[in-house]
Design a protein around this ligand. Structure first.
Ligand code: FAD
Length: 527
């Protein structure tokens, strides 16, 4: 296929969709190519929870939160360990905090996307104020709205979507990228597509556990024997490699945003399919042998620290809690297990907030192979041992950790326990008060049954990727743009080949996809 004027967008996730939408809206012709089926159009965004980092929004102001680009940048740089010497990632971070309200939040409002009325306070070691704005309807509605817009009849003549088309390499003419080539997933037929330029929007590398292991972060020790997959099954680095082959720079592939509390999906849609639990603040977090982490692992503070400590301890951990804590605090990241928000049912959402999400807990208990329940602690330990290797899990250590924690609560010694301090602190912010149970002894008889969750590290986002400038142009090793080649979204480390640095404030992933996509489109429109 040759369409001299068309921009070829490789990848139909949110980054590709936004790029295509902006281009067709400006009157440009687009060929959007994806190796997945049409049913999965939308990529990971469709599965996501839909939390976006926005700075100084009207929603924050309504809650009296004083935020500003300068404050957000200070948080971002210190958490991500970035500075002006970091080059493009630093410049992307600076641009994001300054422009996200207009280029992401207001732009999404114009696309008829709405947000919950209160921002959440995630990654508290990084964010000095709540900034995580949740789309009413989760990422599923976010993706659906943008796809609807893209497919609006007025643009139909300018847009061609090709599904089941796997791109493997780029076509060049006089050093300029003029197209790409690959194989059809359904028929095995090889094909070429030529146009004016190519935008890589093919996601990160964390959908391939082999890639995750190959680039495993140094501070996480050896990659654990078992890893779960929480990323796109086609986010395997094929296009990263194709960029490398033509001289493009890949940066920071060893920076990744994995999660600590993964459990197995009982209806897997890909090998090693995992679900990422939002770790309950009130659960006791134990290592693979049954000892409480020392100092205690804290939920909601610093994801990368959790992952690094668990990984260095072998990759398996346990959380012990009771039904009362679970109802209030247990959650699964993403659209799939948050139906009241996903389906925009305000009464059901309110009921879950006030009385706890019974449906979620019952569903997990009935199906998830990594969760056990019991009436007494000895019975729970037996069940944990039968799930794991009995000789590797020390029942005495578990019992002593549970009793020591409960004693700290019943004796009122909460100030000496970092986890209890964390709970008290979280409950100061009204957005967390409903979602965080007050101090609750694990063995409190009216709060049972007892629950234990076996957790593995689950791969998720690639923080590094294809190096780009502020126009999302892919760069070579000398920092010069490769003519005709652009990269957006997770493929580009959300901008600049790694704008988050070592750690992310959260919500900068969907946000970074939209931001980098709009910048690429703007550059292409004015090229
Ligand atoms: C459960 C879950 C919850 C999440 N929650 C949040 C959240 O609340 N906030 C947040 O900021 N982020 C969240 N994320 C992360 C966020 O969804 C992703 O980082 C983002 O959607 C990535 O978008 P993308 O367009 O860059 O890539 P993807 O969505 O991965 O899309 C890439 C597309 O490229 C296609 N592709 C890949 N290789 C090829 C090839 N060789 N040829 C052709 N096509 C190819 C794929 O089929 C896919 O459709 C979450 C992710 C998950 C899984």
């Amino acid at each position: 296929m040759i369409r001299k004027e068309a921009i070829i967008v490789v990848g139909g996730g949110i980054a590709g969709i936004v790029t295509a939408l902006e281009l067709v809206t400006a009157g440009r012709e687009v060929i959007l190519v994806d190796r997945d089926t049409e049913q999965n159009f939308g990529g990971l965004a469709k599965e996501s929870f839909g939390g976006l980092l926005i700075v100084d929004s009207p929603i924050q102001r309504r809650h009296g939160i004083q935020d500003s680009p300068a404050r957000a940048l200070a948080d971002w740089l210190s958490f991500g360990e970035l500075d002006a010497r970091s080059g493009w990632p630093y410049r992307w971070a600076e641009a994001y905090v300054s422009e996200c309200r207009r280029d992401i939040y207001e732009w999404l409002l114009a696309q008829d996307v709405r947000f919950l009325p209160m921002p959440q306070w995630v990654e508290r070691r990084g964010n000095s104020v709540p900034r995580w704005h949740i789309v009413w309807g989760t990422g599923q509605v976010l993706a659906a709205r943008l796809i609807e817009r893209l497919r609006a009849t007025e643009f139909n003549s300018r847009l061609t979507c090709l599904f089941n088309h796997r791109i493997e390499y780029f076509l060049r003419h006089n050093q300029r990228v003029v197209g790409c080539a690959g194989v059809r997933e359904d028929s095995g037929e090889v094909f070429n597509i030529e146009g004016a330029a190519v935008v890589v929007a093919a996601g990160g590398i964390n959908g391939s556990l082999a890639q995750v292991r190959a680039h495993w972060p140094q501070d996480c020790g050896e990659p654990p024997r078992i890893l779960l997959n929480g990323a796109h099954r086609f986010a395997d680095g094929t296009l990263h490699n194709a960029v490398r082959v033509i001289g493009g720079a890949l940066t920071h592939l060893d920076r990744m945003w994995n999660y600590a509390a993964g459990v197995r999906h009982w209806q897997p849609r890909k090998p090693d399919h995992g679900l990422s639990l939002v770790p309950p603040r009130g659960a006791l977090w134990l290592d693979a042998a049954g000892n409480r982490f020392d100092p205690p692992l804290l939920a909601g503070i610093d994801t990368s620290e959790q992952v690094a400590r668990i990984a260095r301890a072998g990759g398996i951990s346990w959380q012990i809690l009771n039904r009362k804590i679970a109802l209030r605090e247990l959650a699964v990241s993403g659209a799939e297990f948050n139906p009241s928000i996903r389906e925009r049912r305000p009464l059901a959402f309110l009921r879950d907030m006030l009385f706890g999400n019974r449906w979620l807990l019952d569903t997990l208990l009935a199906n998830c192979p990594d969760i056990v329940a019991a009436a007494t602690l000895p019975e729970l330990i037996d069940k944990m041992q039968s799930l794991h290797a009995p000789d590797k899990l020390n029942g005495d250590a578990i019992a002593s950790a549970v009793h020591a924690y409960d004693n700290a609560i019943t004796r009122g010694e909460w100030q000496s326990d970092a986890q209890l301090l964390n709970i008290a602190n979280a409950r100061q912010w009204r957005g967390d008060r409903l979602r965080t149970a007050n101090f609750c002894p694990i063995l409190k008889s009216s709060a049972g049954p007892l629950l234990a969750i076996r957790e593995h590290i689950i791969s998720r986002k690639s923080l590094g990727g294809i190096a780009t400038d502020l126009h999302s142009r892919a760069l070579d090793h000398n920092g010069a743009p490769i003519p005709g080649l652009y990269a957006v979204g997770e493929a580009a480390g959300f901008g600049g080949g790694g704008m988050n640095g070592k750690r992310a404030l959260e919500g900068t992933f969907l946000g970074g996809c939209i931001f980098s996509a709009r910048r690429a489109a703007r550059a292409l429109i004015h090229a």
